[in-house]
Ligand binder design. Sequence first.
Ligand code: KIV
Length: 271
Amino acid sequence: MSVHKEVKKITTHVLQEMKMKGEKIAMLTGYDFSMAKILDQAGIDIILVGDSASNVMAGHETTLPITLDQMIYHASSVVRAVNRALVVVDLPFGSYQGDSKQALTSSIRIMKESGGHAVKLEGGQEIVESIRRILSAGIPVMGHLGLTPQSIYKFGTYTVRAKEKDEAAQLIADAKLLEETGCFAIVLEKIPAKLAQEVASSIDIPVIGIGAGNGVDGQVLVSHDMLGINNEFNPRFLRKYHNLYEEMLTSFESYIKDVRSSDFPNDKEQY
Ligand code: KIV
């Protein structure tokens, strides 16, 4: 008799069932093997290999500079660590906006070279043709509406989106269109909670919010932000579960002190 317990893997169908049953979906970002292993063991449902890697891992001011090759590198590191979670990979800026053929080629590269399970791309009606083409290759697609950071130079600021009637109406129409087109879920970033709730209750696919209130089907945060590794990012929507910046800083300082004072290594820490 095998003592191995079968892990129930999270698929897009499982996520759909969760929405139907009213079970909330927990999603966090992951960009490397070690963090992804902990996330998976903790029981996270979705790991997003977000293009926020451009900020968090590479120190860029925006998500625009990260390349498709770099996203594939991060995603393949995450995939190697995961047993249960669904791994969704962001299509980076410039890898899908050209035309639907480019969107498909980039998505195929992500699936083939990283082993990721799905792709995410930003936008509504303007990218529907690309979504159709990606889906036609059997690749699951997650949408992303509201504050879409790849368009930051169009918006001009990272403030809350869709506060005005027209933009809110467009967002609802886009969400319905993404569902009709075949997206398995949608991320809504930084929009009023009431609007996000309206979207979540008017479509049947899961809606995952970030800065979009509690009336949606799940939540996503950037792992480094919720761990408090980044002490310079403190938006209202962020709940910090730790202050790792301070803890890491004091650990590094202690190590430096121990090395300089010849306290490390001691007799037991050598061969
Ligand atoms: O890249 C990212 O981390 C994201 C989340 C903020 C949703 O897209």
